[in-house]
Design a protein. Structure first.
Ligand code: FPP
Ligand code: MG
Length: 283
């Protein structure tokens, strides 16, 4: 299955999307794709195949998001906690990710046509080295795209993201790029891997955040769906969006950075891309 599944909606479903688009659409959707193993057990398939069906569902959801005009989607694909699962399952998930990133690079023209920019969030260094190289290549190859930003949280937890941002800011102060007075909520937010989602959907009936985007969900509308991720349908997503339209707080204006904050953040961004280029060069 490729990254964006084409022609997966009926005329009636597309009509319903049009109706919903007359109201407010979340500009950033976060997804905790939970329930792959329960789905696998339910239909008597191997756990690995349950995760693979989870990826297929993601490719459908990405097409729905393009149709809905949602410009940013963040998915929780592998948490640092997931390393505690059996070696067989961890290896299976790493293999699945490697296959999918290889496929993305093979189909790069199609991805660029869709305008999908892939951004992997998390602690890249704890992943297998060949997966790090594939991820770096995918991020570099899709960097210029701007229709849909797909953030994949991989080797990620929210607390780890906050502690990495804190140590990076401390380095900035030590290197005299920033003064202590310049550390504020906005700087911390912008030093994180991920921005604030407007709507967060978790499937499978679990009603926890499981260390996902902890800093960012302050104003996020949360929607918990009972269906298992591989069984998630367009109707489940539209129900989440209606929930968002009923409960969304007013959008906030971004606060301007000071010149020093902006320079610090720009340097951080440049270093990030340089690191990815180094990983590719060493592979
Ligand atoms: C949670 O279900 C799902 C995961 C831990 C993995 C999700 C990964 C994918 C959908 C594939 C994504 C791959 C890429 C490259 C983006 P679970 O295993 O916790 O299932 P359970 O709750 O039923 O036990
Ligand atoms: Mg689970």
């Amino acid at each position: 299955m490729s990254w964006v599944k084409e022609n997966c909606l009926s005329f009636f479903q597309l009509f319903c999307i049009k109706v919903l688009k007359t109201g407010r659409i979340p500009q950033h959707l976060a997804l905790i794709m939970d329930g792959n193993r329960r789905f696998a057990r339910k239909v008597s398939m191997a756990c690995k195949d349950g995760h693979s069906r989870g990826f297929d569902k993601l490719s459908e959801v990405l097409k729905w998001c393009l149709d809905l005009g949602i410009p940013e989607v963040t998915v929780y694909a592998f948490s640092i906690e997931n390393f505690k699962r059996s070696q067989e399952e961890v290896d299976g998930l790493m293999e699945l990710a490697s296959d999918k990133f290889k496929r993305l690079l093979d189909e790069i023209d199609q991805i660029n046509e869709w305008g999908v920019r892939v951004n992997v969030a998390g602690r890249l260094s704890i992943l297998p080295i060949d997966l790090q190289a594939l991820i770096s290549k995918a991020m570099l190859a899709t960097r210029q795209n701007n229709k849909l930003q797909l953030n994949i949280a991989y080797g990620y937890t929210g607390r780890d993201e906050i502690s990495r941002a804190a140590s990076h800011i401390i380095d900035g102060v030590k290197n005299e790029e920033l003064t202590a007075e310049e550390i504020d909520e906005e700087l911390i937010s912008q030093s994180l891997d991920l921005g604030e989602p407007e709507l967060l959907v978790r499937t499978s009936g679990e009603v926890r955040l499981s260390d996902f985007m902890l800093w960012q969900v302050d104003r996020t509308v949360l929607y918990f769906s009972n269906v298992l991720w591989p069984e998630f349908t367009i109707w489940n997503l539209l129900a989440g969006i209606i929930h968002f339209q009923r409960h969304a707080p007013p959008a906030l204006q971004d606060k301007a950075n000071t010149p020093a904050q902006q320079e610090f953040l720009d340097k951080y961004e440049t270093r990030k891309w340089q690191k990815l280029e180094e990983i590719v060069a060493c592979s």
